[in-house]
Design a binder for this molecule. Structure first.
Ligand code: NAI
Length: 349
């Protein structure tokens, strides 16, 4: 089904409100999910609504959270999300970080006790649209083997960076620290296709091309991705006094419990390091120079990070957003959720 962003937003917001969130919080959740779908990141769009709705209705996402915000130093603060919707908690804490970076040049805001916040680039892009450089990273449920290991320890611990460019353009580099998302394995299973043996491992820890044999995902670039996902866990978990490593809560284990996840925003004001004009002109030049690089065989053009999604977004605005039939049927149904995710961890066999 092809929907405009306004139609998709209305459907998502209505479902999230039906599950129990306020108008304001449901509006933010819908904003973040539509952002992802509109930019081609379907793994973090409308496909997640049913899961969120079940968790909200069972109390595992707090529908009336009491947020608290405490400045802990000249450029640091801690935002406690009281296990409210992750999208709302991440957005409100990013707004605080933006304010602090505008005034003080640097802001480091630790966000604790939150739920899944979706596509992190949404939050860093907010800062870049206001002329700031931002980094955000968060914990996610354990499903990855550490380099050299055969047992799950870390999550797909994503990290996103955004920077402002000319004419309202922004650079958005936003990725999981695993080679592929778990959703891609499920997709290959449903189609009975093999997968590249660089994505995941089997029970013994051997690389596998059989999606049915997958027991854990692999970090990007071996020890380098493993080191990066560990640092994400340290910065967004250990440093905030939260559970870490294999103790991070599972997305699908108990939907009536808050997830107590952590996220960290770092926001920098380029004007405290160089002039605004020099920064924006240099980004413009970099974008232009990259776009002029002779493409390799099989490529049309070198894109800067996030430009691929900018191009998809422009097409979505023109032609609408493609939503798979099952998800559409659920969104227009009267049910808060149809298929239950509760106690269905993908890693319980
Ligand atoms: P991806 O592999 O689709 O893209 C990674 C980066 O590469 C993006 O910045 C993208 O713009 C860039 N890119 C892709 N093709 C390009 C090209 N041709 N030229 C230049 N740059 C290009 O992203 P991934 O790893 O699948 O993550 C998807 C989303 O999932 C992200 O928004 C991430 O934040 C989110 N996520 C959230 C989690 C959570 O717990 N909240 C956990 C894991 C991922």
């Amino acid at each position: 089904m092809n929907l405009s962003s306004v139609q998709l937003h209305q459907l998502i917001k209505a479902k999230i409100m039906q599950a129990g969130l306020s108008d304001e919080h449901a509006d933010t959740v819908a904003d973040v999910l539509v952002f992802a779908d509109e930019r081609g990141v379907h793994s973090h769009g409308a496909v997640r609504v049913e899961y969120y709705s079940e968790r909200i209705s069972k109390g595992g996402i707090n529908s009336a959270p009491q947020f608290s915000y405490e400045e802990t130093g000249p450029c640091s603060a801690v935002f406690d999300g009281d296990n409210g919707a992750g999208h709302v908690v991440a957005k409100q804490s990013m707004e605080k970080a933006i304010e602090m970076a505008q005034a003080k040049g640097v802001a480091v805001v630790g966000v604790k006790r939150m739920s899944h916040s979706g596509a992190l680039g949404y939050f860093t892009k907010l800062a870049a649209e206001r002329g700031l450089v931002a980094i955000s990273m968060c914990q996610s449920d354990p499903m990855v083997v550490p380099f050299g290991g055969s047992e799950v320890y870390y999550g797909t611990n994503p990290i996103a960076f955004s920077a402002p460019g000319p004419e309202g353009k922004t650079i958005n580099f936003d990725m999981a620290t695993t080679v592929q998302a778990w959703g891609k394995i499920l997709d290959a299973r449903s189609r009975n296709q093999t997968i590249p043996d660089t994505w995941a491992v089997d029970e013994a820890g051997n690389p596998t091309s059989d999606p049915h044999a997958v027991r854990a995902l692999l970090p990007i670039a071996g020890p380098k991705g493993y080191g990066l996902m560990m640092m994400v866990d340290i910065l967004s978990g250990v440093m905030l006094g939260l559970p870490f490593g294999r103790s991070v809560s599972s997305m699908y284990e108990d939907l009536s419990e808050g997830r107590n996840l952590g996220q960290l925003h770092i926001v920098l004001n380029p004007e405290f390091f160089t002039t605004r004009d020099y920064f924006i002109e240099s980004i413009a030049q970099t974008m232009k120079e990259l776009g002029e690089i002779r493409p390799a065989p099989g490529f049309n053009k070198v894109l800067y990070p996030g430009q691929n999604s900018d191009l998809i977004e422009a097409k979505s605005k023109e032609n609408g957003i493609e939503i798979v039939d099952d998800v559409y049927e659920y969104l227009i149904s009267e049910h808060t959720f149809i298929n239950s995710y509760d106690h269905k961890s993908a890693f319980n066999g």
